[in-house]
Design a protein around this ligand. Structure first.
Ligand code: FMN
Length: 436
């Protein structure tokens, strides 16, 4: 089983910063994140991951979010860890391939082969408005640009053969320029001559992660992604998603094992079920309904503040130009459980649509085992409700339970992020072309 720690501020629960188990003053403190990375590494987790947006995501009047840029942050975590993977989110809509290929190649060198890229297309309107646009580009256009972006990024990483560095001080030859390739990409969105100004990353390419679950998102993942983060509420939905995504791989000449599916889970852990439920209730009591409504409105794409809190969710457009899969998840959840807006907000406060499970370490391990052994997951994106305590509880109590059941590693088997996930190192395309 693969386990990624999705780290966010002082916890994923939107009221975590108000709970006595957190210190919200630490959201800008690098020592806080270094401590989290060390805890995750102590638990032998595959990786840590930071989400990112290019605008203020939440209503900062009522939540301690926003803060450090993930690639910068991960470079500082690389320096105090040795095995754990480091995954940063970056947008293909508001970056250039050269910039990102260079930054991820740098992080891969800095960390000795532990970099991963969560590829997102930026679903928000506020993000567009920080980059000279009135509105976000259409959903399908964003994914079309993402595909060409990836094609170029891969060419850039491959533009140095693995053995291009000669470093012969006697002859004065540093690099064999026959092995550093100018590829001259000309496409619809990008013109990039190459080569990259960084030698090939230790992993060949950083691990490619994707997190959109719409039709376009799944097709993109099937072609490029090596790990997928996804929000799934029920076992049946998760199994359907897993089978659907894996079945698409063959079209691109890929095997099912070449892509790992990691649904999110926000565990709320107690030494008894009662204790876990009490912690969940304490967090729920700290929820600010005004904040919840503004968050939900942002995802839904309509202002819900005019609707009664104790009334039903009005119809939403699931074919939005924004986050299609999350809107669908929310509509399905509200319908399945007949939730009022107030109850829906409480259900989303823990994990914004990811599954929240409150229970003992054994109960949580049971759930993970069930999904894993019955073909709904290759592992999990673990989203602690509060930090650092929620991650410590997971590492110290759930991980040993999984290890005792033979489901999770006792020690790291390799040193790179690809090795943690059991994924092969890609061969450079220009090097292969020269050989053949
Ligand atoms: C676990 C997870 C993490 C995500 N992290 C980010 C993120 O950091 N930044 C972002 O812009 N979108 C993030 N997303 C959103 C997706 O990348 C994507 O934009 C969204 O799911 C809509 O895509 P879709 O319309 O293909 O479903 C995340 C989604 C999931 C499931």
């Amino acid at each position: 089983m693969h386990l990624n720690a999705f780290l966010m501020g002082v916890g994923h629960h939107e009221a975590a910063w108000r709970h006595p188990r957190t210190e919200p003053g630490r959201v800008l403190d690098i020592r806080h994140f270094q401590q989290l990375a060390r805890i995750a590494e102590r638990g032998k987790l595959d990786s840590v991951f930071f989400a990112d947006g290019l605008a203020i995501w939440n209503n900062v009047r009522h939540n301690a979010t926003g803060g450090l840029e993930p690639l910068t942050l991960l470079a500082a975590l690389a320096a105090v860890t040795s095995h754990i993977g480091l995954i940063a989110t970056a947008s293909t809509t508001y970056n250039e391939p050269f910039h990102l290929a260079r930054k991820f190649a740098s992080l891969d060198h800095i960390s000795g082969g532990r970099a991963g890229w969560n590829i997102v297309t930026s679903a928000g309107t506020a993000e567009a408005q920080n980059f000279g646009l009135d509105d976000r580009p259409a959903h399908s256009d964003r994914y079309e640009r993402a595909a060409e972006f990836l094609e170029v990024a891969v060419k850039l990483w491959d533009s140095w053969d693995d053995d291009a560095l000669v470093v012969n001080r006697r002859s004065g030859v540093y690099a064999d320029t026959d092995k550093v390739h100018t590829f001259d990409h000309r496409g619809k969105h990008f013109r990039v001559r190459g080569p990259l100004n960084v030698p090939r990353p230790p992993q060949g390419h950083p691990l490619l992660v994707q997190a959109g679950s719409s039709e376009d998102g799944k097709e993109f993942a099937a072609q490029y992604a090596e790990a997928v983060f996804t929000a799934q509420q029920t076992f049946e939905e998760a199994k359907g998603f897993y089978d659907d995504l894996k079945s698409r791989l063959a079209r691109y000449g890929r095997e099912p094992g070449e892509l790992k599916v990691l649904p999110g889970i926000s565990p709320i852990i107690g030494s008894t079920e009662r204790e876990a439920r009490r912690l969940e209730a304490e967090l729920e009591e700290l929820i600010n309904p005004e904040y919840g409504v503004s968050q939900l409105s942002q995802i839904a794409g309509i202002d819900l503040s005019a609707y009664p809190l104790d009334g039903p969710l009005p119809p939403l457009n699931v074919h939005t130009e924004g986050n299609q899969s999350r809107v669908k998840l929310i509509v399905d959840l509200a319908r399945r459980e007949s939730l009022t807006i107030r109850r829906l907000i409480a259900r989303l406060a823990g994990g914004r649509g990811h599954r929240v499970v409150a229970g003992t370490p054994v109960q949580i391990a049971d759930q993970l085992q069930h999904w894993y052994e019955n073909g709904a997951a290759d592992g999990f994106n673990v989203m602690p409700a509060h930090l650092p305590g929620g991650l410590e509880d997971f590492v110290d109590h759930v991980v040993p339970e999984l290890q005792a059941r033979g489901l999770f590693r006792l020690e790291y088997g390799g040193r790179t992020l690809r090795e943690n996930y059991g994924l092969r190192r890609p061969v450079g395309r220009f090097a292969t072309a020269a050989v053949s």
